[in-house]
Design a binder for this molecule. Structure first.
Ligand SMILES: Cc1cc2nc3c(=O)[nH]c(=O)nc-3n(C[C@H](O)[C@H](O)[C@H](O)COP(=O)(O)OP(=O)(O)OC[C@H]3O[C@@H](n4cnc5c(N)ncnc54)[C@H](O)[C@@H]3O)c2cc1C
Length: 293
């Protein structure tokens, strides 16, 4: 049962920050409620004040500029990202990720800001945004700061957001030339959260063959979305081959830090990491070769 709370609604980011500041001893922000209400129903979270930002329309936007990249406001829904022609054109991997995130009902209501702030290591956007070198803009009364998403996730369901702060925006820089991305999650029930997920971004040299840069990010295989840096380093300066993919998969499964739960054992998760690394790196690399032609 949900414990009684005082409901407060903000219509602007400024109003939300004022309310947060005023009630900072015991509040929770709610946007789509898709994750928070589950915790409240389970009695795991019981704030005295619930500050609703769903109607903060100034944070509901998707903006793209070739030089600046993509900016997504925190109250933008998953469905808005999925259906955006701008996103499809410039960051198609995000559309693919969103199409497989939860049900259409959840995507219609759940937001990008809510997803990231929930800090679930199995969340889909985190790994993809990190592979895209994304950052977040965070606001508090009279101040803003930016943080790379890599530094935003701190532990299981814990982020770098401090008391009194609101996530305002996600920023994704332009995708470098000859770069392709691939994302997949492994699950049994379609659109459910992944047992393991993996986003790979591969950038090729001018020759269209040698790897110039690699960003590989795991989901649900560590307490937070996690870059597997040793596997990335193995790829840089090399040409694609079956044995390179095998080595990268092996290294990734060693680097991962998964736990066992009702969905999968630790060993099975390491197996999934190995297999998804090979598959996604290969997919992104092959696509990058086509882009380089
Ligand atoms: C059935 C079901 C299936 C799901 N499947 C998936 C899935 O496959 N993949 C996936 O990634 N997710 C999945 N989710 C999770 C859900 O889609 C996301 O977590 C959702 O995007 C949360 O957004 P929200 O606006 O509803 O957040 P809320 O529930 O309103 O808030 C979540 C948390 O974020 C905080 N918060 C929200 N907005 C802000 C802000 N701007 N600044 C600071 N704090 C904020 C809240 O205080 C709370 O702690 C699923 C959820 C359900 C119910």
């Amino acid at each position: 049962m949900i414990r009684d709370f005082i409901y407060l609604k903000a219509n602007t980011a400024g109003e939300a920050l004022d309310l947060i500041d005023k009630h900072k001893e015991d509040y929770k922000v709610i946007c789509g409620g898709q994750s928070l209400l589950i915790l409240m129903r389970q009695g795991l979270v019981a704030p005295e004040y619930l500050i609703d930002i769903k109607n903060v329309n100034e944070l509901n936007y998707i903006r793209f500029d070739k030089k600046d990249g993509l900016r997504i406001g925190a109250t933008t829904t998953h469905r808005a990202v999925e259906s955006s022609p701008l996103v499809l054109e410039a960051y198609p991997v995000l559309v693919n990720m969103e199409e497989n995130l939860a049900s259409i009902q959840t995507r219609n209501w759940g937001t990008i800001g809510g997803n990231l702030c929930h800090g679930d290591p199995a969340g889909d956007p985190g790994p993809v945004f990190i592979a895209l070198n994304g950052s977040v803009k965070i606001g508090s009364k009279g101040k803003t700061r930016t943080l790379f998403l890599e530094d935003f996730f701190v532990d299981y369901f814990e982020t770098a957001l401090e008391e009194g702060e609101l996530l305002l925006e996600v920023h994704l820089p332009p995708i470098p030339p000859r770069t392709a991305l691939a994302y997949e999650k492994f699950n049994i029930i379609k659109n459910d959260q992944g047992f393991v997920s993996l986003a790979a971004a591969i950038t090729l040299e001018n020759d269209g063959l040698v790897c110039k840069d690699a960003r590989i990010v795991l989901g649900a295989a560590a307490p937070t979305p996690m870059r597997i840096r040793e596997a990335e380093r193995l790829l840089i300066g090399k040409k694609l081959s079956k044995s390179l993919l095998e080595k990268a998969g092996e290294k990734a499964s060693e680097e991962a830090d998964p736990v066992a739960d009702v969905h999968a054992s630790e060993e099975y998760r390491r197996h999934l990491v190995r297999s998804l690394t090979k598959k996604m790196v290969n997919k992104a690399w092959e696509e990058a070769k086509t882009l380089a032609k």
